[in-house]
Design a binder for this molecule. Structure first.
Ligand SMILES: NC(=O)c1ccc[n+]([C@@H]2O[C@H](COP(=O)([O-])OP(=O)(O)OC[C@H]3O[C@@H](n4cnc5c(N)ncnc54)[C@H](OP(=O)(O)O)[C@@H]3O)[C@@H](O)[C@H]2O)c1
Length: 323
C-alpha cells in the first residue's frame, strides 16, 4: 500500500514504523505546513516527496492517507482526501462532531473508499482476550477505566506558552486526547448505557485538564476517569463477583491480569510495543481496502460513531466547548 502522511509529530513516526513492521507499506509523501519540517520528517522516515500545498498533496501518487494533525483539522482534511479518491485512516478522535463523521462515512461509501479511526483498541488482538476473560469473573456490576497521564506539555503550559493540546481552538483537551480511550472499551464491552453523567476540571486556557464520566447500565456502573495533569499508577479494573480483571494500560490493553477471589493471578497478556499496536491498525485498514465487505469494517464504523456520539454527550454534560 502506498501512503501519504499528514502531520509530522512523533505519533506519525510510530504509525510509519508500525505499518512497516507488520505490512508491506510504502510511505511515498508527507504534507507539512513548512518545507523545513516536511524535509526533516521525510529524511528521518525515508519518504521521497514533501508537499506544503494540501491540494497538491491530495493529488499525490498514493492510495491511502494517514492523518495525524490536530483534531480540529481532521474533518476538512479527511473530506478533501476522500473527495480526491484516497482511503483514509485518521487519528483519534476521527472527527470532532458525530454529524461530521456520519457525513464522511457516507462520502467514503459513495466513493468506494475505506475510512477508519486510528484507535489501537479496535485493532488490538488483546480486545478478544479481554472479552473472553470477562466471562470468567462472574457477574460484573462495577468497572473503573482510567487513563491519567501527566502531559509532557504541562511544563511548557505552566511556563506561559499554549501547547496545542491545551488549546480549545484546536478541539483538544483531556477528554478528546485520553478520555476517548476509556469510552471505547466501555461501549465496546458493555454497549450503549441507559444514562451518562459527566463533569470536568478546566484549565485557565479553557481546556479540560481532567474529567470523569459515569455510564449507568441496568446491571452495572462503569466509571471513567482521565487526566492530563497527573499520572495514574494503579490502572483500570473490572470487578466481578468471582474475580477482578486489572488492566495496566487501557489504551494499549497491556499487562492484563485476572485475579480470582483467593488472590490467585493469571496473566491474560503482557507488554506490547506501541509501534506494533499501530501496525495492527494499518494491517486491518489494508485488509478492509482489499475487502470492503469485511464484517469487522462495519463494526469499526459503527463503534466509531457510537463513541463520537457519547463523546459529544460527555462534552455537553461537562461544559467542554471549543472556541
Ligand atoms: N494514537 C496515539 O497514541 C496518539 C498519540 C498522540 C497523538 N495522537 C493523535 O494524533 C493527532 C496529532 O497529535 P499531535 O500531538 O502529534 O499534534 P500536534 O503535535 O499538535 O500536531 C501534529 C502536526 O500537525 C501540524 N500542526 C501543528 N499545529 C498545527 C496547527 N495549528 N494547524 C495546522 N497544523 C498544525 C504539525 O506539522 P507541521 O508543522 O509539519 O505542519 C504537527 O507536527 C491528534 O489527533 C491526536 O489525538 C494519537
Amino acid at each position: 500500500m502506498r501512503y501519504g502522511v499528514i502531520g509530522t509529530g512523533w505519533i506519525a513516526k510510530s504509525f510509519i514504523d508500525g505499518a512497516r513492521m507488520l505490512c508491506n507499506a510504502d510511505f511515498a509523501a508527507v504534507y507539512s505546513r513548512t518545507t523545513e519540517s516536511g524535509n526533516k520528517f521525510a529524511s528521518k522516515n525515508n519518504i521521497s516527496e514533501v508537499f506544503t500545498d494540501i491540494n497538491e498533496f491530495a493529488n499525490g501518487n498514493f492510495d491511502a492517507v494517514y492523518i495525524a494533525s490536530p483534531n480540529k483539522l481532521h474533518f476538512e482534511q479527511s473530506k478533501l482526501m476522500l473527495e480526491s479518491g484516497k482511503h483514509v485512516i485518521c487519528e483519534k478522535p476521527i472527527t470532532v462532531e458525530p454529524e461530521e463523521l456520519e457525513e464522511l462515512q457516507s462520502l467514503a461509501k459513495q466513493n468506494g473508499l475505506i475510512y477508519v479511526e486510528a484507535i489501537m483498541y479496535m485493532f488490538n488482538p488483546a480486545r478478544e482476550l479481554l472479552k473472553n476473560a470477562l466471562k470468567k469473573i462472574g457477574r460484573i456490576t462495577s468497572v473503573h477505566f482510567d487513563f491519567s497521564q501527566l502531559s509532557s506539555k504541562y511544563p511548557a503550559y505552566l511556563a506561559g506558552t499554549l501547547p496545542n493540546i491545551f488549546n480549545p481552538a484546536l478541539a483538544t483537551g483531556c477528554l478528546m486526547d485520553l478520555g476517548i480511550y476509556c469510552v471505547y472499551p466501555a461501549l465496546d464491552l458493555f454497549g450503549i448505557p441507559q444514562k451518562i453523567t459527566a463533569c470536568a476540571h478546566f484549565m485557565e486556557s479553557g481546556a479540560d485538564g481532567s474529567g470523569n464520566s459515569a455510564f449507568l447500565y441496568g446491571d452495572k456502573l462503569v466509571n471513567l476517569t482521565y487526566s492530563k495533569l497527573g499520572q495514574d499508577r494503579l490502572g483500570s479494573q473490572i470487578f466481578g463477583d468471582e474475580g477482578t480483571i486489572t488492566v495496566e494500560s487501557i489504551s494499549k490493553l497491556t499487562n492484563i491480569k485476572l485475579i480470582d477471589n483467593n488472590g490467585n493471578s493469571t496473566e491474560i497478556i503482557g507488554d506490547v510495543i506501541k509501534e506494533k499496536l499501530m501496525g495492527y491498525e494499518a494491517q486491518a485498514f489494508e485488509r478492509f481496502i482489499g475487502n470492503p465487505d469485511d464484517p469487522y469494517y462495519q463494526t469499526v464504523c459503527e463503534r466509531a460513531l457510537q463513541v463520537s456520539k457519547a463523546m459529544k454527550e460527555i462534552r455537553d454534560l461537562s461544559g467542554i466547548t471549543f472556541g
